[in-house]
Design a binder for this molecule. Structure first.
Ligand SMILES: O=C(O)CCC(=O)C(=O)O
Ligand SMILES: [Fe+2]
Length: 283
C-alpha cells in the first residue's frame, strides 16, 4: 500500500493543491502539536468536566440508540480490553439542525482554548457553512462538528459523508484505525440501492465483488494525528483503544460548484443544510 497519504508536516498550499482540490486523503502526524492541552487527552478529566451532561449514543453507523450521561458512558464502555462486543459510540454534535435537543455547544465552548484547527486547513472561503469571514472549528459552528468518544472496539461502519462535504478528524486520545477506499470503488462496495457493505459482516450475495475493492489508505491514527477525508471516499474507523476524536465537515470555495449542484438536486431540503444555509449561524 502506498504511504504517500501519510506526512509529517503539511503547508496550507500543499493541502489546497494536493489534497483539498483533487480530493486526496492525507494523514498528518503530529498535526495537533500546538494544542494548549496536548494529546493524549485524558478521559478521566473529560469525565470530570462533562460527566453530568446528557449525550447521545449511536450504533456503528448513525442510528441513535440511547441517551446517557457522559459519566455513564465512560464508566460503562471505556477502561475495558474490548473483548468481542462492540460498544456503542458517543457522538456528541454541536447544533446542526433546528430540532436538535442535545447539543455539545457548551462543551465545545469550554474546550475552545484547549485545541486548535490544524494549521494547513483554510481559514476562510468556506461555502458550507456559509461565511463571509474566517472560520475556526474550535469556536464556530460546522456541520457534524462533534466530540466522538468510544471504548476499544467502537467503530463507524463503511460510509461516505453527507452534504457533498469534506471532513477533518483530529485524534485526541487512543489509537484508531482508519481504512479508506476511493470513490471509484463505490460500484464494488455498494448495492446500487443505498446499501454499503459492512466490512465486519459482509453480505457476499448483496455485494458479490466487494473483495475486489482495494483500500488506498489503511493507517492507525495516534493521539496528535489528523486525517482529511475528501468527499466521496468510503471510510471506516475502528478504535484500537479508548478513543476521543474531534471532527467536523465543510466545503471550501474550490468545491462551490459541487456543493451548489448538490443543493439544487435536493440537498437543500436536508435539515442540516437548511439549518446552516438559512443564515442563523453566520459569524
Ligand atoms: O472516527 C470515526 O469513527 C469515523 C468518523 C466518521 O467518519 C464520521 O463521523 O463521518
Ligand atoms: Fe465519515
Amino acid at each position: 500500500m502506498s504511504r504517500s497519504h501519510v506526512v509529517d508536516s503539511l503547508t496550507a498550499t500543499d493541502f489546497l493543491d494536493n489534497h483539498l482540490r483533487p480530493g486526496r486523503p492525507v494523514v498528518v502526524r503530529g498535526a495537533l502539536n500546538g494544542w494548549k492541552v496536548p494529546p493524549p487527552w485524558d478521559l478521566a478529566s473529560l469525565r470530570e468536566r462533562f460527566g453530568d451532561f446528557e449525550v447521545p449514543l449511536f450504533d456503528t453507523l448513525f442510528e441513535l440508540e440511547e441517551l446517557v450521561t457522559f459519566a455513564d458512558y465512560v464508566d460503562t464502555h471505556t477502561g475495558r480490553d474490548g473483548g468481542t462486543s462492540i460498544p456503542p459510540y458517543l457522538r456528541w454534535f454541536t447544533r446542526q439542525r433546528q430540532d436538535q435537543t442535545i447539543t455539545a455547544d457548551d462543551a465545545f465552548e469550554e474546550l475552545a482554548d484547549d485545541w486548535a484547527m490544524p494549521s494547513w486547513l483554510p481559514e476562510g472561503d468556506y461555502v458550507f457553512p456559509p461565511a463571509d469571514g474566517q472560520l475556526d472549528a474550535t469556536r464556530d459552528p460546522f456541520p457534524a462538528r462533534g466530540l466522538f468518544v468510544c471504548g476499544t472496539g467502537g467503530r463507524t461502519r463503511l460510509h461516505v459523508d453527507p452534504w457533498a462535504s469534506d471532513a477533518c478528524l483530529c485524534q485526541a486520545t487512543g489509537d484508531k484505525r482508519f481504512i479508506m477506499y476511493p470513490p471509484e470503488a463505490g460500484e464494488l462496495l455498494t448495492d446500487g440501492e443505498g446499501g454499503t457493505v459492512d466490512l465486519d459482516d459482509p453480505d457476499d450475495a448483496r455485494f458479490p465483488r466487494w473483495r475486489d475493492a482495494v483500500p488506498v489508505l489503511d493507517e492507525v491514527l495516534s493521539p496528535g494525528d489528523a486525517i482529511f477525508i475528501p468527499q466521496g471516499w468510503y471510510h471506516t474507523a475502528i478504535a484500537l483503544q479508548d478513543s476521543v476524536s474531534l471532527t467536523w465537515n465543510f466545503t471550501h470555495r474550490v468545491h462551490q460548484e459541487r456543493f451548489e449542484a448538490y443543493v439544487r438536486s435536493g440537498g437543500g431540503a436536508d435539515p442540516v443544510v437548511s439549518y446552516f444555509i438559512s443564515g442563523g449561524v453566520r459569524p
